[in-house]
Design a protein. Structure first.
Length: 561
């Protein structure tokens, strides 16, 4: 860390969470790589080129042999990764390119560097999975160069205490050999969720965050807290709370992994725990969790890259995939929530100064009623085809009249109508909206945005858009009460439902279902199973008396532990 670095103790760096869990330990970093730029640039005399070629062939073969050896002694994904790297080390493409460079006069180290650079450029251009293999190529380059120069193989130092391995990216051969009792978490500056780092972290079951901005400035030896659930790396946090966070995460992870549903409190009060999905693939993967159904199918996400309105048949097959994945279970399909942060090319959005307050969600149907009609027709077709009739709900409802118009249309297609409550006006008049619809689903993401007049996309305003804001919770409580008064279901499908503690508070308000990202389902279900309905009700009452999000959290914690 330099004197001018913005990094300080407690800095929280953000990345992409890959494997859940929390660890607190010192940073270790892989050894530095041979500096190729310091190599002489002189051409080899012709009579030395053939020997240099042989030296190169022997070095590459030695590296491949060692990788194969390690593959034979490893198991599972680690073995496969090592074997794949060994194969890449013997790939004729890059070997031939290096040999040609040596024949043309390049010394072996420069030839290896140039040939691998050539392939790195090609893989990067191809993008996707090929681009993620670039780290494998660079790893082979470094190993072969170290071999040529008689240096020890580059890689991860063997730590003498549990440590957190931080790197720009990790070579597969390094990660494959890791001992999870010594390397307890991984964080990288580069890499995606399908990179080898991620694959191996999953196999080892150690927390992992990738694409962490600013991680390169954290030097070896610094104590960090890696949170693979939130996707954060906290630099030099206070020790006691950091250790408590690790212990708590461990307890929670054990309980969550063992939770198999259905959703109930410890004393048997049922609350359906559902998953939010965006297409058939997500629904099939959510089906692998104990989720009892789909509480929010965000249909607009199927069409973000579609230029023209999909036909009814095209839409029906997409919706049918989700209904099939959850055959016999509840599925709530939301009609297109186009606009604002999710514009659809075919929705004909007007140019607006403030799209979050503009023609989005159900408001699009006013000027373009065909869009909603076609979608309802497609949902009805999918229902018939799969024998799994879903509930349908409209986003961004602000008035009882909008709710009535939507409900009339949906019923005309034989569908069960509900609406989302994500505009404060709708929460305030939930009782009047319920005169027209069969259920409500509270979208806490937008409800927080509109209640607090704070853009949900703004990192700066994240404290205001926190769903724990008591003003937001008061509107949620009011909506749930209106549903209970007429015996109609009221669920929550915003991010609030993914927070196990808040899920208990929502249960205390009386929600009938909680729908969250599939990855959050077990955590929510497990926490719910640890508390009684009375505790949830006490926590719900306590948060309503608070004046800030932090106070609300603390009040709930005091009751729910
Ligand atoms: C919400 O607003 O809480 C919600 C679930 O909808 P989305 O996040 O898709 O806007
Ligand atoms: Mg919303």
């Amino acid at each position: 860390m330099t004197a001018t670095s913005p990094l300080t103790s407690h800095s929280v760096l953000h990345g992409v969470p890959v494997v859940a869990g929390v660890q607190y330990a010192p940073v270790i970093r892989p050894g530095t790589l041979p500096d190729v730029d310091a190599e002489p640039t002189d051409e080899l005399p012709e009579d030395e080129r053939s020997a240099e070629g042989e030296r190169f062939t022997a070095a590459a073969a030695a590296v491949a042999g060692r990788l194969r050896e390690r593959a034979a002694h490893a198991t599972g994904a680690a073995s496969e990764v090592l074997a794949a790297t060994a194969t890449l080390a013997t790939d004729r493409g890059w070997l031939g390119a290096a040999e040609k460079r040596i024949k043309d006069g390049a010394p072996a180290v420069r030839a290896v560097n140039g040939a691998i650079d050539q392939f790195v450029e090609m893989f990067t251009k191809l993008g996707g999975l090929m681009a993620e293999r670039v780290t494998d190529l660079r790893d082979i380059r470094d190993r072969v160069i170290a071999e040529l120069k008689g240096l020890p193989e580059p890689g991860v130092p063997l730590p003498d205490e549990p440590s957190i391995l931080c790197a720009e990216d990790l070579a597969p051969a390094d990660t494959a050999g890791l001992d999870p009792t010594l390397v307890v978490a991984l964080a990288t500056t580069l890499g995606g969720p399908t990179s080898h780092t991620a694959i191996i972290a999953r196999q080892l079951g150690i927390p992992c965050v990738v694409a962490v901005a600013g991680l390169d400035d954290v030097p070896a030896g610094t104590m960090v807290l890696v949170d693979g659930t939130r996707g954060t790396v906290t630099v030099a946090p206070d020790e006691a709370p950091a250790r408590e966070a690790v212990a708590e995460a461990k307890r929670i992870a054990e309980a969550a992994a063992n939770w198999s549903g259905p959703g109930t409190t410890a004393d048997g009060h049922a609350v359906a725990v559902l998953a939010n999905v965006q297409d058939g693939a997500a629904a099939r993967s959510a089906r692998q969790t104990p989720a009892e159904g789909v509480g929010l199918f965000r249909t607009e996400l199927c069409f973000l890259n579609t230029d023209t309105e999909p036909t009814v048949e095209e839409q029906a097959s997409i919706y049918a995939e989700v209904l099939e994945a959850f055959a016999g279970n509840k599925v709530v399909v939301r009609t297109l929530d186009a606009g604002s942060d999710k514009p659809l090319k075919f929705a004909g959005h007007p140019d607006e100064a403030n799209p979050a307050l503009g023609v989005r969600g159900i408001r699009i149907a006013t000027n373009n009623p065909g869009l909603l009609d076609h979608q309802l027709e497609a949902i009805a077709q999918a229902a018939e085809r799969t024998g799994n009739p879903p509930w349908v709900m409209a986003p961004m409802i602000a008035t009882a009249e909008e709710a009535k118009n939507f409900a009339d249309k949906a019923r005309a297609y034989g569908l069960t109508p509900g609406v989302m409550i994500e505009v404060p006006a709708a929460a305030l008049l939930a009782d009047r909206i319920l005169d027209h619809v069969d259920f409500l689903s509270i979208g806490t993401n937008d409800l927080a945005q509109y209640t607090m007049a704070a853009d949900r996309m703004s990192a700066e305003l994240a404290t205001l858009t926190d769903p724990w804001q008591p003003a937001v919770l008061a509107l949620v409580a009011m909506t749930v009460k209106a549903g209970a008064a007429v015996g109609k279901p009221v669920g929550v499908c915003g991010e609030a439902a993914a927070d196990p503690l808040l899920a208990c508070v929502l249960t205390g308000f009386g929600v009938t279902s909680l729908s969250a990202a599939a990855a959050a389902v077990q955590g929510v279900g497990a926490k719910l199973a640890m508390v009684t309905l009375q505790q949830c009700r006490d926590a719900a009452e306590a948060v309503l008396g608070t004046a800030s999000a932090a106070e609300a959290r603390a009040a709930a914690l005091a009751v729910l532990g």
